[in-house]
Design a binder for this molecule. Structure first.
Ligand code: GLU
Length: 279
C-alpha cells in the first residue's frame, strides 16, 4: 500500500515536472513563478478573497468554485498554485505585468478586456442581478433604481452595465464586493449589483440571513474565463484543455453543487459551457 502510493507519487511528480518544464519553454519563462520542490513549479494565481462560494480566504484556507477551478488547472499543468488576491480593477494589470500567471476570479470575458489579456473559457455562465435589504419591496429590477443609491465595484462589468442600463444612476464604486455588502447592511446604499453567483453567496451567509435578499431577475450574461497573458496561445490551449476536462470528468458538477448549492444557486441556461481559447 505504502509502496504503491510512493510509486504513484513519483510518477505523478515526474510527469508534473516534465509538463512544467515544457510549459516554461513554450511560454518563455514562468511569470511570477519560482521553482518549488515536489509539486512542480510554484506559480502565482489570482483569485477573489472575499466572495463566498467562489473565492474565499479564511485564515490560510481557500474555498469556492473558482478556487476549485484554479486548483484543477494547476494540477493539470503540473504546477503548485500560490494564491494572490485579484480585485476586479487590478486583474488586467496583474496579468500584463506578470505578477500572476492566471486569474480565476468571476472574470467575465469581454472584448475590451481582450485588448489586454486573453481568456480560456467560458467555464461558467452567470448573470447580473441585484441584492437589497430583506424588507425592501421598492426595488424589483433595474427599472426601479431611479433615485436609489447603488453600490458596485471598480473595474467590473457590473458597474459598466448598470450605468448603460440606468443612465444617471447614483452609483458608488468600491474596491470589493464585501465593502458593498457592509454599505448595504449599514443603509449607506439601497442595493448592490453584480453577478447572481456572488450575490447569492453573500445572501446565504449566516450573518446576512433574513437581512439581505436577491431580486432574482438576471439582466446580463457573464461568461467566466480564466484570464492569462495576451497572445500566449500555448498556455491558453493548455488551460482550455484543463477546463474541458474539469467539465467532462464531472468535477464541474460536483464543485457547483458543493460551493453554490448551499446558497441554493442553480446554474442558468448554457451551463456548463464549452471552453475555447480566446486570444
Ligand atoms: N463578472 C463580472 C466582471 O468580471 C463581475 C464580477 C467581478 O467583478 O469579479 O466584471
Amino acid at each position: 500500500m505504502k509502496l504503491t502510493r510512493i510509486a504513484v507519487a513519483a510518477v505523478a511528480s515526474g510527469a508534473a515536472l516534465g509538463l512544467a518544464a515544457c510549459g516554461g519553454g513554450t511560454s518563455g519563462g514562468g511569470a511570477g513563478g519560482s521553482t518549488g520542490g515536489g509539486g512542480g513549479e510554484t506559480v502565482k494565481v489570482g483569485i477573489k478573497f472575499d466572495q463566498p462560494g467562489l473565492g474565499l480566504k479564511e485564515g490560510s484556507k481557500y474555498s469556492g468554485f473558482d478556487v476549485d477551478v484554479a486548483n484543477y488547472v494547476a494540477k493539470e499543468l503540473g504546477v503548485t498554485p500560490q494564491f494572490v488576491e485579484a480585485v476586479s480593477s487590478q486583474r488586467e494589470s496583474l496579468i500584463a505585468s506578470g505578477q500572476v500567471k492566471y486569474i480565476v476570479g468571476t472574470y467575465s470575458i469581454t472584448d475590451t478586456r481582450k485588448e489586454k489579456v486573453s481568456f480560456a473559457g467560458p467555464y461558467f455562465i452567470a448573470g447580473q442581478d441585484l441584492l437589497v435589504r430583506a424588507d425592501d419591496t421598492s426595488i424589483t429590477g433595474p427599472d426601479s433604481l431611479k433615485d436609489k443609491k447603488l453600490c458596485s465595484v471598480k473595474g467590473s462589468t457590473s458597474a459598466v452595465n448598470l450605468q448603460k442600463k440606468v443612465p444617471g444612476v447614483n452609483l458608488q464604486e468600491y474596491n470589493t464586493y464585501s465593502l458593498c455588502v457592509a454599505a448595504l447592511k449599514a443603509g449607506n446604499v439601497d442595493a448592490m449589483t453584480t453577478d447572481d453567483t456572488i450575490l447569492a453567496g453573500y445572501a446565504a451567509q449566516t450573518q446576512n440571513q433574513g437581512k439581505l435578499k436577491l431580486v432574482g431577475k438576471p439582466f446580463s450574461t457573464e461568461n467566466y474565463g480564466v484570464g492569462l497573458k495576451k497572445g500566449d496561445q500555448a498556455f491558453c490551449d493548455q488551460v482550455t484543455a484543463a477546463l474541458k476536462k474539469f467539465i467532462s470528468s464531472g468535477e464541474w458538477e460536483k464543485s457547483v453543487q458543493k460551493n453554490l448549492g448551499p446558497a441554493n444557486y442553480k446554474p442558468g441556461p448554457g451551463n456548463p459551457p464549452t471552453p475555447t481559447c480566446q486570444l
